[in-house]
Design a binder for this molecule. Structure first.
Ligand SMILES: NC(=O)c1ccc[n+]([C@@H]2O[C@H](COP(=O)([O-])OP(=O)(O)OC[C@H]3O[C@@H](n4cnc5c(N)ncnc54)[C@H](OP(=O)(O)O)[C@@H]3O)[C@@H](O)[C@H]2O)c1
Length: 295
């Protein structure tokens, strides 16, 4: 059955993959984009109906929700998550949207020190009052981190993660999970799904996997939190983002991001990508033939 699906953050990492999966499955996707740019044009070419709206603008989001069966909510690590969440919930209520899939994160906790992680936990609790069905997804660190935090000239991964571990999960796999829930939300009502890639690794092992796949030596250089904070500030990230990343680095050292499970395979029928497979599929960003930017 063709469903009418609203995808927010549709030009972002998980939103773009959720959109393409849903379109491939024959659903109608209304892709809510923040800006009309080349990424939005690609969504139009793929068959999505694109609307430009700010998730903080209730009139615009309510108009975008009209006639939709279900919605995917994602918002960047930026001030405004709670307002965006309340706005989408209200817009969904006004338009009889039956289901919401909410992007949260593994570190979402009532007592999280990261402001963004604590706000994710609160956003989940706001969404729990929605009259339709709600499913929260709580991914560990995305595999896309390896593109953002790899220094191409030196081949170094300078990160403050000590010897702790996680199983990197690709946005592509999350897109399939999100699409599966949006297409048939009932069985997932009220669920919180921690999402992981298939193999838990420390960053020495991640660097070894990158070395094998890229055919050049990649080294993990463990750094302290102060150096990490300075490097993020030098890259121009804002204080909200820096506060989040420094504090989730502490969570990471404490094992909050560790673990793996079968949820991706069980919900999608597809094994999640290993680090090697992820790098292979995204080689253009590692060999410099396409720019990743500050994503
Ligand atoms: N990265 C990780 O390792 C990780 C791990 C666990 C959870 N998460 C969660 O993932 C979420 C981000 O998802 P993502 O990585 O798929 O997204 P993303 O790639 O960060 O993209 C965010 C999207 O939201 C759009 N956007 C920004 N401000 C907006 C606004 N005011 N109104 C409407 N749209 C707006 C952006 O458009 P523009 O680019 O045009 O502004 C972009 O399309 C965060 O909540 C984060 O906590 C991330």
């Amino acid at each position: 059955m063709t469903r009418q699906i609203l995808v927010t953050g549709a030009t972002g990492k998980t939103g773009a993959h959720a959109t393409s999966t849903l379109l491939d499955q024959g659903h109608h996707v209304r892709a809510l984009v923040h800006r009309a740019d080349g990424r939005a044009e690609r969504l139009v070419r793929a068959g999505a109906e694109v609307v430009v709206a700010d998730l903080l603008d209730l009139d615009a989001v309510s108009a975008a929700a009209e006639g939709m069966d279900a919605a995917y909510l994602t918002y960047p690590i930026a001030p405004g998550l709670l307002e965006a969440t309340a706005t989408l919930v209200q817009a969904a209520e006004e338009n009889g949207v039956g289901a919401i899939v909410n992007m949260s994160q593994i570190s979402a906790r009532r007592d999280a020190v990261s402001n963004a992680a604590r706000q994710h936990w609160l956003a989940e609790r706001v969404l729990d009052h929605f009259s339709g069905t709600v499913t929260h997804i709580r991914p560990t660190f995305f595999a896309e981190w390896l593109i953002s935090f790899w220094d191409a000239p030196t081949g170094e991964l300078r990160l403050p993660f000590a010897d702790a571990r996680h199983a990197p999960i690709a946005a592509e796999d999350q897109g399939r999970v999100i699409a599966a829930i949006l297409a048939d939300p009932g069985p997932h009502a009220g669920k919180i799904y921690p999402l992981y890639g298939p193999v838990e690794l420390d960053h020495h092992q991640i660097a070894a996997a990158m070395t094998r796949t890229l055919g050049r030596r990649i080294t993990y250089v463990p750094i302290e939190l102060d150096e990490f904070r300075s490097a993020l500030e030098q890259r121009g990230f804002d204080s909200h983002f820096v506060q989040h990343l420094v504090n989730v680095a502490v969570d990471y050292r404490n094992g909050i991001f560790a673990g793996t499970n079968d949820i991706v395979r069980d919900l999608t029928g597809v094994e999640p990508l290993t680090v090697e497979a992820f790098i292979d599929r995204n080689r253009r960003y590692f060999d410099g033939s396409e720019s990743w930017g500050n994503r």
